[in-house]
Ligand binder design. Structure first.
Ligand code: SAM
Length: 354
C-alpha cells in the first residue's frame, strides 16, 4: 500500500514511521509511506502557505494553491485523498477496513484555523475526523489513520488471526487479556483461563467481551441483546476484579463506577445499608480511612440469573488488634444490572473460627 502524507511539519512523522509495526512494514517494503512538505509547493519568496480569513476573524487559513500543487506533484493514478478535519466523517473500524482495501491513500494535514474549503471541494478530498475534539494539526490524526489502516494490510501485523478478535471487528469490544504472574497484588487471573480447557476458555472470552461491551460501550450492544437478563459468569468475575482494584486505589470515581445510582450496599445484613451511589462511596472511603491493612482473596462460586455469589477471605490487620480486626470468611451476593454495575450488594462477615 502506498500512502503520501502532505504536511507543514514533516518532522512530526519521523519517530512514528521509524518504530514498531509501521517502521517494520516500511523497511520490509509492504508499506510505501512518503511524507511531503507542503511548503515546498509554495511559489512566493517567503514560501507562504497560509493567509487571513475572508470575512474576518482570528487565525490563519491554509491556502489552496500549495495543497493542490502538492497533490498534483504526486503524478497520475487512482488514489483516495483524505483531508483530516474535525468536521469530517468520524473514523471508525468500518471506514478503516474500507480504506485498507485502497492501494493508494493521500493524507492532507491541516493547521491553524483549517484549510481553504476549496481543497475538500475541488481536489476533491474526503474529510475525516478522528473524534469529536479539536487538535492543533492534522499530523496526529494522519498517524492515527495510518496506523489503524496499515495494520490491516497483510504482512504488517504478524499473526493475522489476532486482528479478527479485536475490538469493533464484531461490533463488540475485545475480551480482557491476562499474562503472568497468575496472581498480582491480590488480583487473580480467572481460573478458567489456566484450565487448559479450550472450549471453556472460548466461552469465557465471548461472554467477557459481551460483559465489557455492555459496561463500557452500551451503545454498541444490539437492542435485543441489551434487554436480556444479565446472567453471565465473566460479568461477575469482571465486577469482582474491579471491586478489588477500586479497594486498592480507594479512588471515589472507580468506587462509584461499580454501582448504579440507586444501589443498596449492606456491609452486613444486620447493619443499616448504604443507599445510593454517593452514600456508598462516602461509606466505603470512611471505612478505608480506619487504620490498618486489608488482604483479600475472592472466588466466584456461582451465578443465578442476575445474581452472583462470591466467597472470600479477608485479613484485616490493625496496629492494636480490636474487635474489627482479624481473619474473616466473607460471602457476597451481588445483583448486577444490564450495564455491569451492581444494584444490590449484600456482604456477610464471619470470624474465621466460627
Ligand atoms: C485547530 S484545527 C482547525 C479547527 C477548525 N477551525 C474547526 O473548528 O473545525 C487545525 C487542523 O487540525 C486538524 N484536526 C484537528 N482536530 C482534528 C480531528 N478531531 N480530526 C481530524 N483532524 C483534526 C485538521 O487538519 C485541522 O485543519
Amino acid at each position: 500500500m502506498r500512502v503520501d502524507v502532505l504536511t507543514l511539519f514533516p518532522g512530526i512523522f519521523e519517530g512514528p514511521l521509524r518504530e514498531s509495526l509501521l517502521g517494520r512494514g516500511i523497511s520490509s517494503g509492504v508499506l510505501d509511506v512518503r511524507v511531503h512538505d507542503i511548503r515546498d509547493h509554495a511559489t512566493d519568496r517567503h514560501r507562504t502557505t497560509d493567509d487571513t480569513s475572508f470575512g474576518g476573524g482570528p487565525g490563519m487559513v491554509m491556502k489552496p494553491e500549495p495543497v493542490f500543487a502538492a497533490v498534483e506533484s504526486l503524478g497520475p493514478g487512482d488514489r483516495r485523498v483524505i483531508l483530516l478535519s474535525p468536521a469530517g466523517r468520524r473514523l471508525d473500524q468500518a471506514l478503516v477496513r474500507e480504506l485498507a482495501t485502497e492501494p493508494w491513500l493521500v493524507l492532507v494535514c491541516g493547521r491553524y484555523e483549517g484549510v481553504d474549503e476549496r481543497v475538500a471541494e475541488g481536489l476533491p478530498a474526503e474529510e475525516v475526523s478522528i473524534g469529536d475534539y479539536v487538535l492543533s494539526g492534522g499530523e496526529i490524526p494522519a498517524l492515527v489513520v495510518l496506523e489503524a489502516v496499515t495494520r490491516l494490510v497483510p504482512g504488517v501485523v504478524g499473526r493475522e488471526e489476532s486482528l479478527e478478535r479485536e475490538s469493533f471487528e464484531s461490533s463488540m469490544l475485545d475480551h480482557p487479556h491476562y499474562t503472568r504472574p497468575r496472581e498480582f497484588r491480590g488480583m487473580a487471573v480467572p481460573d478458567v483461563l489456566v484450565s487448559g480447557h479450550h472450549g471453556e476458555v472460548e466461552r469465557w472470552r465471548r461472554e467477557a467481551a459481551q460483559a465489557k461491551t455492555r459496561r463500557n460501550r452500551p451503545d454498541l450492544v444490539p437492542v435485543s441483546e441489551g434487554s436480556e437478563t444479565m446472567a453471565d459468569r465473566p460479568a461477575i468475575d469482571d465486577w469482582v476484579g474491579r471491586y478489588v482494584r477500586a479497594w486498592e486505589s480507594n479512588d471515589p470515581g472507580a468506587i462509584g463506577d461499580l454501582f448504579t445510582e440507586d444501589a443498596t450496599y449492606f456491609t452486613a445484613p444486620h447493619r443499616e445499608p448504604w443507599r445510593g451511589r454517593d452514600e456508598i462511596v462516602a461509606g466505603w472511603i470512611g471505612r478505608k480511612d480506619d487504620p490498618g491493612t486489608w488482604l483479600f482473596r475472592f472466588e466466584v462460586v456461582g451465578v443465578d440469573g442476575d445474581v452472583g455469589f462470591v466467597r472470600g477471605w479477608t485479613e484485616y490487620t490493625v496496629p492494636v488488634p480490636d474487635a474489627d480486626s482479624g481473619r474473616f470468611g466473607n460471602l457476597w451476593q451481588i445483583r448486577l444490572s444490564e450495564d455491569g454495575r451492581c444494584s444490590e450488594f449484600i456482604e456477610w462477615w464471619m470470624a474465621e473460627d466460627t
